[in-house]
Design a protein around this ligand. Structure first.
Ligand code: NAD
Length: 505
């Protein structure tokens, strides 16, 4: 049984390690989505009128609630997604506690008004300020069902918006826990609404009277949302998939790079938008590197997520398991060699697949050009840095990449040539967990930004106000036009742009 039931009004949560049902939720109808948006609309003006400090108080109450209930929340995340409790803590709960602290403390400064004099129009002054958008609709995936919507919810709320969240139909229990977390923190009625449901509920939210959609999910759904939103010029942020390359140079720090490759490829069972999905290692170190990676992968402990005895749990759902089986079979049929793993593990009872390393891969294989989103690391040996960069850019995606070298200078030089939103030197994936750093994709990996100041700016509308320092009777470019002012205008052109008295306008 899968967790998605599009033809019934219920969505069902399944434990992917045991296939037991964890709970079910009625899917919100179009009318229920509209009602939630209307409630959020009504609540927003009072919420938006609060000072940043007062909004921060609510967020910090939510952080306190998260702290107090962390074990229960970790347990729900782990049982609904199959990820080890360690990862539920390290990649979901801890980063959100940090993000709440960061935006509670910094939003006021990051969104403060700016005033400046205009360079030519000396008598004029401008002010840029930021206002809430109104109601923000957030649609989220199942792979980080706690961290992904909650980070965006916090930024949207701190910026003064109310929020309607549609969590993934594959992780409704966590979605419901997010709702209860904010309710327990005492947020005013209507400021944060959650509607459960599948793609139809998400589509209804996009069609509703929201002021912006913040979507995280697949490229396919992102494009559908963009099409629907374009009809009424509804702004959207799209945080989409990736096929993230890792480049290993010959001077890479050996042990760190081996361990980094394995964590980057297999954390969260490889179900990370920024997982290491393709690895390019240069010839001189390839043989030694590949055999060390294989040894490290063989040491990973696959099993039901409990305590700290498991490194890798099951895939989060059957749909994902089927994609992984398909990609590995396609690669093997086209000549790839499996160095370790490569099999489904039905004997373990859930959606388990062995951590897998593939070599002799090529660009025609699905595992090298489509998002696998599973515990599979395909490794390609390349002649040199140039070939690695060419291969890394040979994709329609551009979310994240990593470069591994002993020289940060060399790493930055390679990073400049990589087509990705983020390039990390000597680390993988992790900057999504840093509230201060922007997270975004280029090419088909998305539009817009989350996290950092640039991410916060997605949740506000810029307002520009301009005024005179000393009001005059008239401006020289107003009516009536005259020869006298025409010639003065020309003189100004000459002074500024020919004689160069003003080099920077
Ligand atoms: P998905 O696109 O299938 O679903 C994402 C969300 O969209 C779900 O809540 C779903 O119900 C909803 N949805 C589906 N159809 C819709 C429609 N027509 N209109 C509105 N909403 C609709 O993605 P998924 O399988 O849940 O998530 C995995 C994908 O998310 C991967 O591609 C992964 O790379 C990507 N992802 C990206 C980031 C990032 O930051 N760039 C982070 C996490 C996941």
């Amino acid at each position: 049984m899968t967790a998605t039931v599009t033809d019934t009004p219920e969505i069902i949560s399944i434990n992917p390690a045991t296939l037991e049902e964890l709970g079910r939720f009625p899917a919100a109808s179009v009318a229920e989505v509209e009602t939630a948006v209307a409630r959020a609309r009504e609540a927003q003006p009072a919420w938006g009128a609060l000072s940043y400090r007062n909004r921060a108080r609510y967020i910090l109450k939510a952080r306190q609630e998260l702290y107090n209930r962390q074990d229960e929340i970790i347990d729900i995340i782990s049982s609904e997604t199959g990820k080890p409790p360690f990862e539920a803590l390290s990649t979901e709960v801890f980063p959100i506690a940090d993000l709440m602290s960061y935006f509670a403390a910094k939003t006021e400064r990051l969104l403060r008004d700016e005033r400046f004099l205009l360079s030519v129009f000396r008598n004029k002054r401008s002010q840029i300020s930021y206002e809430p958008l109104g109601v923000v609709g957030i649609i989220s995936p199942w792979n980080f069902p706690f961290a992904i919507p909650t980070g965006e919810v916090v930024m949207a709320l701190m910026a003064g918006n109310s929020v309607v969240l549609k969590p993934s139909e594959r992780s409704p229990l966590v979605g419901d826990r997010v709702k209860r977390l904010f309710a327990a923190a005492g947020f005013p009625e209507g400021v944060f609404e959650v509607v459960q449901g599948d793609g139809a509920t998400g589509a209804a939210l996009v069609e509703s009277a929201v002021d912006k959609i913040f979507f995280t999910g697949s490229v396919r759904t992102g494009k559908r949302i963009a099409e629907s939103a374009a009809k009424r010029l509804l702004p959207v942020v799209l945080e989409l998939g990736g096929k993230d390359p890792m480049i290993v140079c010959e001077d890479a720090l050996f042990e760190r790079t081996v361990k980094g490759a394995v964590w980057g490829a297999f954390a969260n069972c490889g179900q990370v938008c920024a997982s290491v999905e393709r690895l390019y290692v240069v010839e001189p170190v390839a043989e030694k590197f590949i055999s060390a990676v294989v040894e490290e992968v063989k040491r990973l402990r696959l099993g039901p997520p409990s305590g700290c005895e498991t490194d890798i749990g099951p895939l989060a759902n059957e749909h994902q398991l089927n994609i992984v089986c398909d990609h590995v079979a396609d690669a093997v049929a086209s000549g790839a060699r499996v160095l370790t793993g490569g099999r489904k593990r039905e004997d373990l009872g859930g959606y388990f697949f062995e951590p897998t390393v593939l070599v002799d891969v090529n660009d025609s294989m699905k595992v090298m050009n489509e998002e696998t989103f599973g515990p599979v690391l395909p490794i390609m040996v390349v002649k040199d840095e140039e070939e690695a960069i060419r291969e890394a850019n040979n994709t329609r995606y551009g979310l994240l990449a990593s470069v591994w070298t002993a020289s940060n200078e060399r790493g930055r030089r390679i990073a400049r040539r990589i087509e990705a939103g983020t390039v990390i030197i000597n680390d993988a994936v992790y900057t999504h967990g840093a509230a201060q750093t922007p997270w975004f994709g280029v090419k088909e990996s998305g539009l817009g930004v989350t996290h950092g100041q640039a991410g916060l700016l997605e949740f506000v509308r810029m307002k520009h106000v301009n005024w005179d320092l000393l009001p005059m009777k008239s401006n020289w470019w107003w009516f009536p036009y005259s020869e006298r002012w025409y010639s003065r205008f020309k003189t100004l052109m000459k002074v500024l742009y020919r004689w160069g008295l003003k080099k920077i306008a």
